[in-house]
Design a protein around this ligand. Sequence first.
Ligand code: SF4
Ligand code: SF4
Length: 116
Amino acid sequence: MTYVIAQPCTDVMDKSCLEECPVDCIYEGGRALYINPVECVECGACEPVCPVEAVYHKDDLPPEYQPALESNAAFFRLPLAGKAEPLGNPGGAAGVGPVAADSAFVAALPPKAAEQ
Ligand code: SF4
Ligand code: SF4
């Protein structure tokens, strides 16, 4: 079980959620942020602070955001572009810092500016 960051975060990356997470399990990618599903303790603190309503509990994801569940998990489980090893479960985003890569799903999304 976990909370999930969905498509509205892409190219917004307001980062309000980062400051709320008590276990530092929200990681910064190139175009979006990602919640580590293994490290998330489901406290829910990140959900209400997101200005674009990108954060959902896994069980409350609207149908159009369902791909974000696998996208968040894949960010940690699969090697990102330019990396030989997956990120895995580092135990805190502060020690990792911003990662200049995204899940394949987010990388393929159209730029936010193009949608408007
Ligand atoms: S607060 Fe929302 S838009 Fe900002 S980084 Fe977190 S999920 Fe993304
Ligand atoms: S639900 Fe809590 S532990 Fe999980 S990502 Fe949000 S703030 Fe962090």
